[in-house]
Design a protein around this ligand. Sequence first.
Ligand SMILES: Nc1ncnc2c1ncn2[C@@H]1O[C@H](COP(=O)(O)OP(=O)(O)OP(=O)(O)O)[C@@H](O)[C@H]1O
Ligand SMILES: [Mg+2]
Length: 363
Amino acid sequence: MGIVNISKLDISYESTKIVKQLDLVIDDGEFLVLLGPSGCGKSTLLNAIGGLIDTSGGSIHFDGKDVTWADPKDRGIGMVFQSYALYPTMSVEKNMSFGLRIAGVDKATIDKKVAWAAKLLQLEPLLKRKPSALSGGQRQRVAIGRALVRDADIYLFDEPLSNLDAKLRAELRLEIKKLHKTLKSTMIYVTHDQIEALTLADRIAVMKDGIIQQLDTPHNVYNKPQNLFVATFLGSPAMNCIKGHLSVHADKVLFKSADLNIDVSGYPFVEQPVDGAAVTLGVRPEHLIAELNEDASENVIQGVVELVEPMGSDTLVWTKFTEQHTLSHRVTSEDQLSVGDSFKVKVEATKCSIFDTQLTQRL
Ligand SMILES: Nc1ncnc2c1ncn2[C@@H]1O[C@H](COP(=O)(O)OP(=O)(O)OP(=O)(O)O)[C@@H](O)[C@H]1O
Ligand SMILES: [Mg+2]
């Protein structure tokens, strides 16, 4: 079993509070990703779960057992550190088995486990080599292997793919996903790479300044961000954020911003929309759809292309729709758009996000 229950956790370095009153329950077998900008406290939280640093308040339970002050070796965890250090004088095999040898596990068991991990991580041909004779990706896999042979209920990964090129990252990402399917252990995975978070996680905890901003499925975190921070942190290129206000009528609700009017009647407001409320409309670039029908008018806006950025599979276009509104939108790479072209898009109101501008919370 690997249920992790974190309650009202505080962690401080000297007088600076890094993690604040943090509550988080992680299910047995769940793949939870901690995602957030550099310095928000991800490693600090992970290290506290692993028992590497002291907490200043609150508690951590594994399967109902209080481990807040337990020694790391008594927590039944496997851990891959952000700065994974391999022993340079030991072979891959010895690096992987080090923890088990220290723990006095018998040789037959060690051999079996190392062979299993080496097969899983495709390290079999490299077992006799020293770390200096490995590529960065191979070293990183050895660090993962060293954690896996621990046979833990809970694995902690701190940016295990951070030093790899994009191709290797994608390959190892897939391996980690497969590994999770095979092992069915609880995995807590730190990253500031949103693609890693979105592809791997069962749930993502988006952190800022030591506080979880949203804990949800990848789909909801991306499509239903609960505040402006989450909305703008996820998504590349970023969501367009337009400040304006609501205009509530008997038969419809409009979003108004200077001379831009968007009918948002179809938007699933959580509470009754208030006339005149200052709001920010968030529209992802892929939700401004090219409108080719000349007669279409509802939520169709027209502008002049200012910048074209080819991105391979598609193209990001910056179009000036009004004096105040230059927005980014995606078109397929076949669409040959040039600066100065006139272009129409339809705003998909149901796919937008609307936030209270002052409170920054989703409405
Ligand atoms: N030993 C320490 N003493 C004092 N402050 C520290 C210490 N370790 C970390 N911090 C501070 O705590 C904050 C959170 O650090 P942490 O390493 O948890 O960030 P992170 O979210 O993992 O960032 P990154 O994505 O860059 O790894 C940072 O402001 C950092 O400077
Ligand atoms: Mg870190």
